[in-house]
Design a protein around this ligand. Sequence first.
Ligand SMILES: CC(C)(COP(=O)(O)OP(=O)(O)OC[C@H]1O[C@@H](n2cnc3c(N)ncnc32)[C@H](O)[C@@H]1OP(=O)(O)O)[C@@H](O)C(=O)NCCC(=O)NCCS
Length: 162
Amino acid sequence: MPVEILVSQAAPFDAALMASIHAACFAKAWDEAAMATFIAGPGTLCLVGYAGDFGPVPAGILIARRAADEAELLTLAVAPACRRLGLARALLIEAAEQLRTGDVKRLFLEVEEGNAAALALYRSLGAMPVGRRPAYYESGADAAIFSLALSDSPPDDGAGRR
Ligand SMILES: CC(C)(COP(=O)(O)OP(=O)(O)OC[C@H]1O[C@@H](n2cnc3c(N)ncnc32)[C@H](O)[C@@H]1OP(=O)(O)O)[C@@H](O)C(=O)NCCC(=O)NCCS
């Protein structure tokens, strides 16, 4: 049976849990104060996701920053125990919907080359590769940049930005 997934706007009291999910997913963790700043930021979209069986605490987070009619995904993370339930997809779909409603035309997604899970997720949502940052990560890996078109206008190859 599919797990019930719920996505909502992050509230100030979510900052500590958001930091702990981030720490479980990335070597360079963002602390509670950083999360509180994102939640309070006017140009920032912060979402938390819940997966039915894992109780009333967030299991996934998404943070995106808007600038004019574009936005970039700053982070997307799902607690290891709650992966492959559709939580990241639900977070991204909700973010895309909210940004689209706010007249944002495209969302840029950056991912470490070799991150098979994120690459598959971004592609499955129709994001297109638009660029690369060589040796961007400390590991020496390249960053792949994807663009997800949010408007109904003709497909956008992201060339206007990078
Ligand atoms: C990437 C990440 C956010 C995916 O979260 P998730 O909730 O497990 O993803 P979903 O369950 O929504 O998966 C959606 C789709 O993504 C792809 N996917 C997810 N995990 C995958 C994996 N381990 N291998 C291959 N494809 C994967 C699949 O296409 C999947 O659809 P399917 O389950 O119907 O096949 C999670 O693995 C994570 O937090 N990783 C560490 C942090 C990170 O890399 N963040 C992204 C870059 S900022």
